[in-house]
Design a protein around this ligand. Structure first.
Ligand SMILES: [Zn+2]
Length: 125
């Protein structure tokens, strides 16, 4: 396990751009409901179901509900990250309080946990 340096002001502004782009694309998606997005989210949902050992089959309505749910959860995670990004706790893991790797934040700027704690969290929740 490595310890990463806290993010620099330049990295912070890079992540702000990533968050703003994500937010803009989420807003666009909710307008247009692109089909490939829906498929991606269906795949995501299937993956989540795998992890919870739930049945894979589900009706279209359930899929749509789940897609809407994922959308709004990601939306709120991103808006909260945009609020947190100026605070001293942004980029620090909420569980172990170590800095989260910049590479991870670039992929998931709304991440609250470092890779290790996230894996643990997903196993136990
Ligand atoms: Zn951690």
């Amino acid at each position: 396990m490595s310890i990463y340096p806290p993010i620099s002001p330049l990295q912070r502004s890079t992540l702000m751009d990533v968050l703003r782009l994500r937010l803009a694309s989420l807003e666009q998606q909710s307008d247009t409901q692109l089909e490939d997005l829906t498929q991606a989210q269906h795949a995501y949902k299937t993956m989540q179901q795998d992890m919870h050992e739930a049945p894979l089959h589900s009706g279209d309505e359930e899929v749509e509900d789940a897609v809407a749910d994922i959308d709004s959860r990601e939306f709120s995670a991103i808006t909260q990250a945009l609020l947190r990004i100026h605070g001293p706790d942004y980029g620090l893991c909420v569980d172990c309080h170590l800095a989260i790797a910049f590479e991870r934040l670039q992929l998931e700027p709304q991440a609250l946990r470092c890779t290790a704690c996230q894996a643990l969290h997903e196993r136990t929740h």
